[in-house]
Write a protein that binds this ligand. Sequence first.
Ligand code: DGL
Length: 347
Amino acid sequence: MKYKALVATLLLTLSAGAFSATKLPHIVILATGGTIAGSAASSTQTTGYKAGALGVDTLINAVPALKQVANVTGEQVANIGSENMTSDVILKLSDRVNQLLAQDDVDGVVITHGTDTLDETPYFLNLTVKSNKPVVFTASMRPATAISADGPMNLLEAVTVAADPDAKGRGVMVVLNDRIGAARFVTKTNATTLDTFKAPEEGYLGVIVGGKPEFETRVEKIHTLRSVFDVRQVKTLPQVVIIYGYQDDPEYMYDAAIAHHAAGIIYAGTGAGSVSVRSAAGIEKAEKAGIVVVRASRTGSGVVPVDSQQPGLVSDSLNPAKARILLMTALTQTKNPELIQQYFHTY
Ligand code: DGL
């Protein structure tokens, strides 16, 4: 009897030892709002609900399976629809992520966010996070109260990716709908469907199959640890506005940008960034006023070619919203047009 009890104790101690040897990674979830924290009056309501209604603890408690993949803790950074994200909030978020990832006891960060500007904030962190530990954004298209809400699975998959040793050094990622996208490339392509995040030219970094991330590709563009941008001491980002190109686009949009002391303008141009005579006059005026102008494309994909006959710099393959993020970030350290153009080709 005594012998049996001794063996049982020994086995228990050994299994506890084995358990602590496979300690789960510590992933911090930073919540900022969006539909993933959205609440509607009925389970069939998938539009017209309140985004950013639930707190981070509610999101975590709704997914008990998180405990099997990571030791998860949560913080509320904001609770807003992402159309109300501001450069002040993204600066604060970048700062907090840098602080957390500098801690030895944090292995990765997951950020919950609205989908509407989910091509912007992740790209800002891709440029400004000083760590190769995983940073993964996630979101949802259906509110938490809907039938077949996509938020809980997206959160579980985002934490699974952040906890995976293979996720290190790949730049900031966006996980939704079983896909792992690169912050540099993905954008929202459909107003309401679940499979909305795509990178039409570059595709995904990988997929999640049976609860396991499968990485397929790496991003060539510079990000995170190799990025020259450091905004840890920056208190406000320079003002950069986007002016859309279209038939009859009026020159007075540029006058407004000049009058409001914009530091930069992204011209969301037609086709490959072509410029109407009215916009050409506006851009010339803006450049004379010291504003840096970058031509992007409103088409949704493709590279804007360098063309010495056209005014301004070019955004490479960055869509107008992402180009604005890069120009704001670049202007925190230089106004040199050659250097800024170089950044657009390499980040
Ligand atoms: N207004 C939206 C936002 O927070 C809700 C859309 C969403 O999160 O899917 O971006």
